[in-house]
Design a protein around this ligand. Sequence first.
Ligand code: AMP
Ligand code: GLY
Length: 491
Amino acid sequence: MKGTPGRATLDAGAGAGAGAGAAPARVLIVGGGAREHALAWLLASEPGVERVVVAPGSDAIGEVTGVDCRVECRPAIRPTHGPEVAALAVREAVDLAVIGPEAPLAAGVADALLAAGIATFGPTAAAARIEASKSFCRAIADDAGIRMARGAAFTDLRAAMAFARGLASGGAGVVVKADGLMAGKGVRICTDAADAEDAIRTFAAASAAAGSAAADGGEAGEPLVVVEERLAGREASVIALCDGRVALALPAARDHKRLGDDDTGPNTGGMGAYAPLPDLDDAAVAEIVRTFHEPALAALARRGTPFRGALYAGLMLTEDGPILLEFNARFGDPETQVLLPLLERPLGPLLAAAARGRLAEAARALGTAGHVVPAEGAATVGIVLASAGYPELPRSGDEIHGVDAARATGALVFHAGTERDASGAWRTRGGRILTVVGVGSAIAAARALAEQAADLVDFAGVQRRRDIAAVVPRRAARIVAGHPPGVGAAR
Ligand code: AMP
Ligand code: GLY
């Protein structure tokens, strides 16, 4: 049994077999949040995985125990420092490196690992620009005929403001986004044209100060803001394992980005999620992979920057069909925490095969035909507990009570911003602190368990939503097969 209770048993022998379906014996995970905790927990439980090294990892990740697998953290390694990470991977003789967060990807850690001969699940910096630069994402979508909200990227702020006023006067809501990586905080849903102009000024200054061109590997003079039409609908995250050409989707998940109940308050990195989505069945997910992921993979490959890693489509399911809000170049957080407990096939062999460009073969070897890695016929709900002051000014150092009690319910508790103090007590360190995940036969049961467990955890100023998966849409989302070309382009 692993450090976190409640893991459903994997298919006996599912990791067996050689070639493209084989499990990686030694794995390096880059990162140290709840997503990486979930990855370490799952991989350590899988047949054939002997050793999981996590850089930097965390106190909680260091406590994960597999039956035949050791999990060790390397807190001194800087996760965005390519040479340090690559040297560790070589020293540990890993068969596979898996990169969790966006910052190491944007910083070229995959490039350093690949140069050192390490099979790597996570795109190069050039391919990761699909997340790091929203303007690059729009360029790929245009190339590939992928549908995005009406909008454009701007270097010239006056042009951005004129475009925003045009949208507003036409009756559309306006959304303004900073071009570079902003940890989920670079998006403003604007109330009117004046608000949009203020957002354009604010984000342009922030993008310039963050050196978005340097951060995303682009050039000086690159766009600073994206302005687009506000879309209405339900959101969905469709994350696919990709090997450069082939995409294999995980079940669809739904994140809750706003801090407060009923989608109020500021945007965050994500306050809770559930999976799978009753309104997006396997056939719908397969159609989404065909119309969003596969064309993006083809466009990136045509540019000479094939994408190997998790390609995450953040979608708005509108009355007129799904529309892309963004691509991320990694597993989602908290989506990963609710998706991994559902997987019926071992993940390690699929990640290893994706890293080697042999995903289709591995999927066949593991009996995972088609686009979707099948779920177990179970559902998960994850509730994020965040610190006082999150997202603007998260406070650290508060003692966390009740983690063991929460785990004793059978819920999974994945740690993001925590550390053990000298007395062994857990303390907050950062913004998002824990993801508490309930697994059940259906969403209602999973939610009941997650709520019960989350209620047992307490720390000063804890913030959490109480409406994660409270209302679950049942009506199938409208999926429009094929899109008219060019609808993503503003002009
Ligand atoms: P992004 O980083 O682009 O995914 O945006 C973060 C969040 O902002 C999304 O998950 C949505 O909740 C919201 N958002 C972004 N773009 C739009 C849009 N065009 N219309 C409505 N909401 C949006
Ligand atoms: N859950 C949103 C993200 O991972 O970006």
